[in-house]
Design a protein around this ligand. Sequence first.
Ligand code: MD6
Ligand code: FE
Length: 217
Amino acid sequence: MTQNLFEEEPLAYVAPQVIAPGAVLLRGFASDVGTALLDAVTQVTACAPLRHLVTPGGYTMSVAMSNCGALGWVSDRTGYRYTRSDPLSGQPWPPMPDCFADLAVRAATEAGFEDFRPDACLINRYEPGARLSLHQDKDEGDMTAPIVSVSLGLPAVFLFGSTLRKDRPARYRLIHGDVAVWGGPSRLAYHGVAPLAEGDHPRLGRQRINLTFRCAA
Ligand code: MD6
Ligand code: FE
């Protein structure tokens, strides 16, 4: 028997899987804190609701987004940027929950990036069919800091390429509790998420939640 019938079950974290210079997958790294993270997502999004942003080109994104921390990433017809307040409410973004910051710092350290102190956490919600086209994260002020990305809920196919758009990205299946970290020579790597497949996650139903931590200032 080679097929694990319970392959959706998070496995315990073992070690980093290097996918490119400066880029690793920490499979299962957040498995033991998934419930605490999702409870905190519920609290944050009660104050700063998930919403579908519009791109500068006028398209409505299929992924719904919110933020917590000092800075939040937003998009509208005028461009992409980080703001200190939620454009929907005019209020500061909700503070970053301690369990978020703690996990992000531990994951960065495990990936070899010490002293990561994120000031922004983007919360992304994917429903079946939602996708994120290949892009670079280049709106941040501190390119020496990595990106830490946490997957919760339904599995997704993460696309991870090089810093050149022409290179075809590799595909990695990420499940509940997996963490990806990219920085250093991979900080400006192209990445994206393939259209989410239908599914029913025990805790999140038809959703994937992704938390993406950055040093934006
Ligand atoms: C993910 N998200 O959802 C990765 N980047 O797994 C991103 O890479 C991302 O959702 C920039 C802006 C919004 C995003
Ligand atoms: Fe990104």
